[in-house]
Design a protein around this ligand. Structure first.
Ligand code: ZN
Length: 160
């Protein structure tokens, strides 16, 4: 990795392409919002993104941050985590993965699942047998864990 002279990171090229494919413009605000989203593992709320991105773009408004986040979701570079309790959060990961929701703090983190443990695929296979009689077709499986962080391991990043 000797590309220190190259300022544009490969993610940003991907972001530019994803936005353009979705018919959306690449803007400095969208880039800043996306960069921040990728730099943390906390699945921030729009307000948290706003406070962080203001360090880089002082004149950005909360409404613009919301629009940037919606643009990132629309072009497939982020997903929205909605919960019945607490504000909407945003995730730069768009692959299937498991979230740990801390019911005390509202914090959301990714659970690292080893590749040799394909839990979604296994669960989907089992559920397909169960839902067959209902005439339901599974297109996706989402696993959310509710609980709280307590004890060893809390505080370690799992942003992979
Ligand atoms: Zn996540």
């Amino acid at each position: 990795m000797k590309n220190s002279s190259m300022k544009m990171r490969p993610e940003n090229t991907e972001l530019r392409e994803a936005l353009s494919e979705a018919g959306l413009r690449y803007t400095a605000q969208r880039e800043a919002v996306y960069d921040y989203l990728c730099s943390v593992y906390t699945h921030p709320t729009a307000e948290e993104v706003y406070h962080a991105v203001r360090q880089r773009i002082p004149r950005i408004s909360l409404a613009t941050v919301y629009k940037c986040l919606e643009a990132l979701v629309a072009c497939g570079k982020a997903t929205k985590i909605t919960s019945s309790s607490g504000p909407t959060r945003y995730d730069p990961r768009t692959d299937r993965h498991i979230h740990m929701h801390d019911v005390r703090t509202g914090e959301v983190r990714d659970l690292h699942v080893p590749p040799e443990f394909p839990i979604h695929e296994q669960l989907q296979a089992q559920l397909e047998n169960l839902v067959r009689q209902s005439g339901f077709r599974i297109t996706d499986v989402r696993i959310e864990l509710m609980g709280y962080f307590d004890g060893p391991g809390h505080g370690s990043s799992s942003a992979s």
